[in-house]
Design a protein around this ligand. Structure first.
Ligand SMILES: NC(=O)C1=CN([C@@H]2O[C@H](COP(=O)(O)OP(=O)(O)OC[C@H]3O[C@@H](n4cnc5c(N)ncnc54)[C@H](OP(=O)(O)O)[C@@H]3O)[C@@H](O)[C@H]2O)C=CC1
Ligand SMILES: O=C(O)[C@@H]1CCC=N1
Length: 268
């Protein structure tokens, strides 16, 4: 499979970091920044280009990995040289109908919503394709994302917005929480490295326990909360501050932004 990434930033790097180990996959990247091109070529042995190739072929898979606001320009430039290549868009907030219109009317499009843990092979991606997209094209998009983690197909395009709210943007929510836990560690007197290790081991251990035990998070939470003890006081404070509700509101605001972006781009 020949995979051409357009945009070699955070998310493309995360996917390439897993994909480059796959036998039978040739990876090229078109990226503006010379520094990023050099880094990608040196680290992953990919072909790094400063401009789009003159012509593509129907066997190529093009991964659109630029920011949504750069996507119209990229698609417009791609349209005359696409020659039926498959488009895989990882952009948030740009619908297939809009991508198709910008790309000269092609319908060979799969939308994917990955997340950055792809870089360490622990990504999770939501995928969506319209009913008329061939099984071979779905399989190609799925194979790319399976190289960097788990995949989940959603049955409607709005399902991609649902995936963004939970797992696409989700790593940032977790990092936000880790930042707070590290800050507590430092505030009570640990050095920065110790505070970081305590926070990370706590997250890793808690996730491992969730997976291994199969018990719901609420049940495991209750097992930490000794009656009249310390955790009970912490959780009561979180509840007073409506922390859970704030996280839900934030994730729904994330989803609403994806919907808003899709509406805006559909008019451009
Ligand atoms: N980051 C994440 O966690 C996730 C991101 N996504 C999606 O992935 C896409 C990329 O996001 P992310 O990787 O974070 O963004 P980045 O800004 O890190 O990467 C995009 C890269 O593309 C370059 N670029 C812009 N226009 C062109 C062009 N015409 N040709 C070649 N290169 C170009 C940019 O260069 P320059 O900066 O010079 O413009 C930049 O290096 C977005 O659409 C986002 O919605 C999806 C899921 C998760
Ligand atoms: O913040 C964003 O718009 C992108 C999409 C999902 C994660 N990052």
């Amino acid at each position: 499979m020949n995979v051409l990434f357009i945009g070699g930033g955070n998310m493309a790097t995360a996917i390439i970091g897993g994909l480059y180990r796959q036998p039978g996959t040739t990876i090229s990247v078109v990226e503006h920044s010379e520094e990023k091109r050099d880094a990608l070529a040196a680290k992953y042995g990919v072909t790094a280009l400063s401009a789009l190739p003159a012509a593509l072929s129907a066997d190529d898979v093009i991964v659109l990995a630029v920011k949504p606001q750069n996507l119209k320009a990229v698609c417009t430039e791609l349209a005359p040289r696409l020659n039926g290549a498959l488009l895989v868009s990882i952009a948030a907030g740009v619908d297939i109908a809009t991508l198709s219109r910008w790309s000269g009317g092609t319908t060979r499009i799969v939308r994917v919503m990955p997340n950055t843990p792809a870089l360490v092979g622990k990504g999770v991606s939501g995928l969506y394709a319209a009913a008329d997209v061939a099984v071979a094209d779905r399989n190609a998009a799925e194979a790319i994302m399976m190289a960097v983690g788990r995949v989940l197909w959603v049955g409607t395009e709005s399902g991609i917005d649902d995936v963004i709210a939970v797992s696409g943007s989700g790593p940032a929510y977790v990092f936000h929480f880790v930042e707070a836990l590290e800050a507590v560690g430092r505030d009570v007197g640990f050095d920065a490295e110790t505070a970081r290790q305590l926070a990370l081991e706590t997250f890793e251990g808690a996730i491992a326990l969730l997976r291994d035990s199969g018990e719901p998070a609420g049940e495991l939470k209750r097992k930490v909360m000794s009656k009249g003890g310390t955790t009970e006081r912490a959780i009561a404070s979180f509840e007073d501050d409506r922390v859970k509700e704030a996280i839900v509101r934030g994730a729904l605001a994330c989803r609403a932004r994806a919907v808003e972006m899709s509406a805006d781009f559909s008019r451009s």
